[in-house]
Design a binder for this molecule. Structure first.
Ligand code: ADP
Ligand code: ASP
Ligand code: MG
Length: 826
């Protein structure tokens, strides 16, 4: 490999003085020797095509020539460079067009010579600009050294021949420290005439030259910052794909991603030369790197592209079933007629074969097929050969399809839902793409639908596939919202695929997009249900939704319960349908023993897990620590502590003299309160945590050995009614204020303390020494003292912030990530 690099500037990157200046800067600043390949200024090749067309009427299109000349003269004027080399090209152009007009139309050779005028002009301009800046640049015409066949208009390089001549033309210049500026798009036929490589062919010129000089890299500078997951003009949310394998990029280009000429990558593969697509307007952005690596990514599909201008020819007839070789005969016929077949599809019953061919060759194709299948038609084995003009080919591309199951199913069911009518499908044996035809009018819809279906807007398609898991989020209150945001920001292996509330659900098996989540947030903020979000569905019960998860294409999701109320049935349904459960909701794990037993039985029967770190101490590792101790053979003797950050906060502020009204309001504003604050104040919330801890510690506690003395009367909670107002709550809080005052009079502080011992759970207020560990607690801090056989003389202490939606969501996310890591380790 040499240390040479090839830069290619496309039409938009050389159009006008300002852009040429950028291009020249990039060439000058490149770290090593560069061969530059240029296209014609954007639009110029089209103008030249028009001028050639005019010559058929015997006319020289002087207006067009003048327009092209003015554009180039203007640039030359801006940089103060000589017009001579440019005007020499125009002299030849006038002569060529005059000859074409005399002949009433250009021969293929003449046409190609006219079409490369744009490249010849921009190469000369860029070289002159570089020279005017003190560099040593030389413009070179590729039709002096890039050997091709004589297929004018769509020539192919003569592999094994062009490499040596290209190397011989360029390497002496590079070795002398010169900057060659080469015309793209063209080559030289064996007879010496100029050929072109097909529209958009300068990309191909660049990679052919790169392979000839064994370059270390090709950079294709264009007007977009890389290869997008779909045409950015069709899909507003398309993203730049950071990396593509040669085959993936090639396939996207073949099926219409105009950013690369379809044959661009082929010359690079043998020597593994990487190509990077970058924007001249944002040169610092990383762009898309195309190389030999395969990164299947979290998404089986990396990009979707579409190409119009095709016709679908189908051969139909029941007599074709079981007859071998029909497809081969179709291919052979097309190849003899010189028609390229872009796609072939055979129905599974073999009663039809469809091919897509360029529209302008459809009539020739049908005639050739009628001739070749004359006997079959006569016998009635083939009933008809039909043509549908004006179809587009759409391709979903990604090597990850090979590893994922059900991609084709998702493609076609999503298109069905979107009302896109698929004409023919080629999914074949290729592990790389699924291609189908639709009417031109539905092409954009098809691309958007697939882009959405595979979540290509919102996740890095190159993220590792191995560790990800689908998250079904039940509950979208404070914690749910915070969690959704954390998952989005983290962009890690957890992928949020569904949000469920009491009345509805929204599901996107490839991951809810930022836009979809935003819609949910908006509707929820207005007090609505997910059911009324655009794209949401009504479900009469979250349990039903979770039970149906496998049928919705979710394999082994993690059901995350951040809802309110007793969701035991939901947990059982989730476990039975094969999901793991992560819960911040305490109710199911603190339910009466018999119900709790059903839950643990369901988990062990299904071989699934329930993780509940966030139920106690929010994000603090309390449950995990106790589990570790027990698992390592330690025996828990006593757990004691303040398990409610909310109550520590409320009691602390009231003790400092703040009124209950302000304290409750602040607690609510900070997200510290349960939906019904009486659940906090009555000790119910702490009681649940204590029960969960006793169960985690393996200390069986009978339902009747549980005692709770609240700061307000626990029987005041009406579970069926909506949460009471702050005024109603304050009315009930006299004992709380009195307790705080009494403690203070004795020189103590009031804390709400849980004590778990073998056989008993007690939660109640207690006056403690302000200098003791519990007395020194501040803010929303939690503290748990673990006394065990191992920690007999002094307890193991865990403390830290233990309330608030963000820390709770963090605790939930930790559980999710642990589950994913454990699954991965299996
Ligand atoms: P150049 O003149 O630099 O060769 P082209 O116009 O040939 O540029 O190609 C770049 C254009 O390709 C972009 O401006 C964009 O409109 C279009 N395009 C189509 N599909 C894609 C895609 N998947 N990713 C990026 N660009 C695409
Ligand atoms: N100028 C040529 C075209 O417009 C080649 C290219 O731009 O790559 O097709
Ligand atoms: Mg191009």
């Amino acid at each position: 490999m040499s240390d040479w690099t090839v830069y290619k500037f496309g039409g938009t990157s050389v159009k006008g003085a300002e852009r040429l200046r950028r291009a020249a800067d990039l060439v000058r600043k490149s770290p090593g020797p560069v061969v530059t390949v240029v296209s014609a200024m954007g639009g110029v090749t089209n103008l030249l095509v028009r001028a050639v067309e005019h010559s058929r009427q015997g006319l020289v299109d002087h207006d067009t020539v003048r327009a092209i000349r003015d554009a180039h003269h203007e640039v030359a004027g801006t940089f103060g460079i000589s017009l001579d080399p440019i005007d020499a090209v125009f002299e030849e152009l006038e002569a060529l067009l005059t000859a074409a007009a005399t002949l009433r139309g250009a021969s293929p050779q003449l046409r190609d010579r006219v079409l490369v005028t744009g490249e010849r002009l921009s190469a000369r301009l860029l070289a002159a600009i570089l020279n005017s800046d003190g560099a040593e640049a030389t413009a070179i015409d590729a039709d002096t050294f890039l050997e091709t066949d004589d297929h004018h208009g769509e020539a192919s390089p003569l592999f094994g021949v062009f490499e040596a001549s290209a190397h011989a033309a360029l390497s002496p210049l590079l070795e002398e420290g010169q900057l060659p500026v080469v015309t793209g798009f063209c080559g030289r036929a064996p007879c010496g005439s100029t050929t072109t490589l097909g529209r958009g062919g300068s990309d191909y010129s660049a990679t052919l030259i790169a392979s000839a000089i064994d370059a270390q890299e090709v950079v294709i500078w264009t007007d977009v910052p890389g290869v997008y997951s779909a045409h950015p003009g069709v899909v507003a949310g398309a993203r730049v794909v950071p990396q593509l394998n040669y085959r993936e990029a090639g396939e996207l280009a073949y099926y219409g991603a105009k950013v690369l000429h379809p044959r661009t990558l082929q010359p690079l593969i043998k020597q593994s030369i990487p190509a990077t697509i970058k924007s001249t307007f944002d040169p610092e952005a990383p762009g898309t790197r195309i190389d030999r690596t395969v990164t299947p990514g979290a998404h089986p599909v990396k990009g979707v592209s579409a190409v119009g201008g095709h016709a679908l020819i189908s051969l139909e007839g029941t007599g074709m079933a079981g007859v071998p070789g029909i497809a081969q005969r179709v291919f052979a016929t097309m190849s003899q007629a010189g028609i390229s077949v872009t796609m072939i599809s055979q129905s599974s019953s073999e009663s039809s074969v469809c091919i897509a061919v360029p529209s302008e060759r459809a009539t020739d194709g049908v005639l050739a097929l009628r001739e070749a299948f004359r006997l079959d038609l006569g016998r009635g084995d083939i009933e008809d050969i039909r043509v549908e003009p004006d179809v587009s080919l759409v391709a979903a591309v990604g090597l990850g399809m090979h590893y994922a199951t059900g991609v084709a199913g998702r493609v076609f069911s999503s298109l069905g839902r979107a009302g896109v009518n698929v004409r023919a499908i080629a999914q074949g044996a290729s592990e790389l793409n699924i291609t189908f035809t639709v009417d031109n009018a539905q092409s954009d819809d098809a691309v958007r639908t697939l882009h959405d279906e595979f979540g290509l807007h919102n996740a890095d398609p190159n993220a590792p596939v191995s560790g990800h898991a689908d998250i079904v989020l039940v509950g979208f209150g404070g914690v749910g919202k915070a969690l959704a945001r954390q998952i989005e920001v983290q962009a890690g292996p957890a992928r949020l695929v569904a949000v469920v509330d009491r009345r509805g659900a929204m599901l996107n098996p490839s991951g809810l997009s930022s836009e979809q989540l935003e819609r949910i947030r908006t509707v929820k903020a207005e007090g609505g249900s997910v059911a009324s979000v655009d794209g949401g569905v009504e479900t009469c019960d979250p349990v039903e939704f979770v039970r149906a998860a496998p049928a919705s294409g979710l394999r082994t999701p993690i059901v995350v319960d951040v809802a309110d109320g007793d969701t035991s049935a939901l947990h059982v349904a989730a476990l039975e349908s094969g999901a793991d459960v992560v819960t911040a909701n305490k109710a199911p794990l603190a339910s009466p023993q018999a119900r709790y037993r059903q839950l643990t039985d369901a988990a062990s029967a299904a071989g699934r897990r329930i993780r509940a770190e966030a139920t106690v101490g929010a994000g603090l590792p309390i449950i995990d620590t106790i589990e570790q101790l027990v698992a390592s053979g330690d025996r828990i003797r006593r757990l004691e502590g303040c398990l409610s950050g909310t109550l520590t906060y409320v009691l602390g502020r009231v003790g400092a003299g703040d009124t209950l009204a302000t304290v409750l309001q602040d607690a609510s504003d900070n997200g510290y309160l349960e939906p019904n604050p009486l659940v906090d104040l009555s000790g119910e919330d702490v009681l649940r945590k204590a029960i969960i801890l006793s169960r985690t510690a393996g200390l069986d506690v009978a339902d009747d050995q549980i005692a709770c003395e609240g700061l307000v009367d626990r029987s005041a909670i009406d579970w069926a009614a909506p949460a009471p107002s702050f005024d109603e709550i304050i009315d009930r809080c006299a004992p709380l204020v009195e307790g705080v005052n009494n403690a203070q009079r004795e020189g103590a502080v009031l804390r709400y303390v849980a004590v778990v011992e073998p056989g008993t759970v007690v939660v109640k207020p207690r006056a403690v020494d302000p200098a003791s560990p519990l007395g020194r607690l501040d803010g929303t801090d939690n503290m748990l003292l673990i006394h065990s056989d191992r920690y007999a003389t002094s307890p193991l202490v865990i403390s830290g912030p233990g309330a608030g939606v963000e820390v709770t969501a963090m605790g939930v996310l930790t559980d999710i990530l642990r589950l994913i890591a454990e699954r991965h380790a299996l």
